[in-house]
Design a binder for this molecule. Structure first.
Ligand SMILES: Cc1cc2nc3c(=O)[nH]c(=O)nc-3n(C[C@H](O)[C@H](O)[C@H](O)COP(=O)(O)OP(=O)(O)OC[C@H]3O[C@@H](n4cnc5c(N)ncnc54)[C@H](O)[C@@H]3O)c2cc1C
Length: 477
């Protein structure tokens, strides 16, 4: 008999959280700690959403999105999770760039970048300082018209090498382009520049399992393999229940961590919203997707240190179209040494490239498999420049594509980094359309990535708490 993943689920919860990405997990934890009864529903067999991992024979464990995040994660994990989780966050030693314009390694913080820009790129120190100060002072309430391209033109006119240094890592970190609002760049770049790039020692599996333990300690009812089919709304536009696995479970509020457009257009249905809001939702652009190649060395094999993150590009300048192209000329290699998972002393490499869903979506199965094989081969060819005997030492190689990300997360077009900037307003104004319905998850570039998604989960759950508290007060009067 098939296992019933919803066995003994209650008929009613204060809050139902749909999806266990970092925003969903963090929101569920915050709300449970505030004393609400919380049901967390995740369609996959594993929690974490894109913060995930998989195992392969030979004892290999691959992380999907553990490449680097800003130091702010330490504070957020300590405040909204546990000290134990925060204490496992460690700094990456070196970020390396190899491209036709320059070759360098950096600790990726303001001090080192300042030195590099002055000494290597010959930018006057006052310009560098003014740029950093401008980026640092940007916030959500600022001018949202200036693009990142215009910001760079203002400080470094005609310097495509400087633009590449400043922009390439951020494009990899959140899929943003030179046409996105400068504030999205300023906020994310400054977050990284405060102290450098960090990772979670022990791997994503350890992090997510520690989060699961904490959620259970706080009383969250967690159900995996539970795909929510519908969010039910009353005629007076109030959220009433969710439908999952043939059950109707009532609730006072829903926090959806499912993709923004999915939440509004599919789980609720556009007939429940104002037409203008539906038009605004339809106009939200998704961010791009990704391809990855996962390579594991045989047990006992190793490679010398070549950096923790390596931005390799054969393209003459920074060019987003070429970064998204299926004809790959730019790759980011994440190098995992035994320190990543001290109890599993393997050497692994994950190559990531930004990708367009359309390039992969409609291939025949045969062509799809052939193209994935080709992606593995060209990645290994490229990697041989840094690890010449990688093919001899290798034990495992496989690729994922935008189709893989769509399959596991249900994100339309396999979006790796949520939506473009306009998605943030649509997400934030959702409760104005339907009482008790909230969305938290990668949106607007600044609320994406591990830190952005986690912090957005906190912001939205605090709003949700205010709503529930106000409702209880009015019911008691
Ligand atoms: C290849 C790649 C590399 C990345 N690298 C980094 C990095 O180095 N650093 C960084 O900070 N960020 C990185 N990111 C981005 C980061 O992983 C994400 O922004 C973040 O994890 C997203 O969290 P989220 O809360 O938006 O939810 P998601 O992770 O998108 O999770 C949403 C969850 O909702 C579930 N769900 C959806 N619909 C339903 C439904 N109807 N019923 C039940 N469950 C549902 C999904 O299964 C999923 O588990 C990377 C992303 C990718 C793809």
């Amino acid at each position: 008999m098939a296992k019933d993943f919803l066995k003994d689920v209650k008929d009613h919860y204060d809050v139902i959280v749909i999806g266990s990405g970092l925003a969903g997990l963090t929101g569920a934890n915050v709300l449970a700690k505030q004393g609400y009864s919380v049901l967390l529903l995740e369609h996959h067999y594993q929690l974490g959403g894109l913060a995930t991992w998989f195992k392969r024979r030979g004892g290999h464990i691959f992380d999907i999105s553990l490449h680097g995040f800003p130091n702010g994660m330490v504070k957020s994990c300590r405040k909204y999770w546990t000290k134990e989780i925060a204490d496992s966050i460690v700094q990456l030693k070196g970020v390396r760039f190899e491209n036709p314009q320059f070759s360098l390694e950096t600790t990726f913080d303001r001090e080192d970048f300042t030195n590099i820009m002055i000494e290597k790129f010959k930018i006057p120190s006052e310009t560098v300082k003014a740029f950093f100060d401008t980026a640092r002072s940007m916030n959500f309430y600022d001018d949202q018209q200036m693009t990142t391209r215009e910001l760079f033109e203002k400080f470094f006119p005609g310097r495509s090498d400087v633009v590449r240094l400043l922009m390439e890592p951020i494009t990899y970190a959140n899929g943003s382009t030179l046409e996105d609002p400068a504030i999205t760049y300023g906020i994310v770049f400054s977050n990284f520049m405060s102290k450098g790039v960090f990772t979670f020692q022990g791997g994503t599996d350890k992090l997510v399992l520690q989060m699961k333990d904490e959620l259970e300690r706080n009383g969250v009812d967690i159900r995996i393999r539970s795909l929510v089919e519908k969010i039910e709304v009353s005629p007076d536009k109030r959220v009433t229940a969710v439908h999952v696995g043939g059950k109707r479970i009532t609730c006072d509020a829903v926090l959806s961590n499912s993709n923004l457009k999915n939440t509004i257009l599919k789980l609720v249905g556009e007939e429940h919203f104002d037409p203008a809001y539906v038009a605004e939702t339809n106009a939200v652009r998704l961010n791009n997707s990704s391809c990855q190649v996962y390579i594991a060395l045989k047990e006992g094999e190793k490679f010398d240190y070549i950096g923790d993150l390596l931005f390799h590009s054969e393209h003459s300048g920074f060019d987003i179209k070429s970064m998204l192209s299926k004809d790959i000329s730019s790759r980011t290699f994440s190098l995992y040494y035994p320190e990543t998972r001290p109890e599993n002393d393997r050497y692994l490499i994950v190559s990531s490239t930004n990708a367009n869903y359309e390039d992969w979506a409609n291939l025949s199965e045969e062509q799809y498999e052939a193209d994935k094989k080709q992606l593995c081969e060209t990645t290994l060819d490229c990697l041989e420049k840094y690890i010449p005997d990688v093919r001899q030492k290798m034990d495992w190689v496989e690729a994922s594509t935008p189709r893989t990300f769509q399959h596991y997360t249900h994100h339309p077009a396999g979006a790796s980094f949520g939506t473009k900037f306009e998605g943030l307003k649509v997400s934030q104004t959702l409760p104005e359309q339907i009482k008790g319905l909230y969305h938290a998850g990668s949106v607007g570039i600044i609320m994406s990535g591990w830190l952005g998604a986690m912090n957005y989960g906190v912001i939205v759950s605090n709003e949700l708490d205010k709503y529930l508290a106000a409702n209880r007060t009015s019911a008691a009067v």
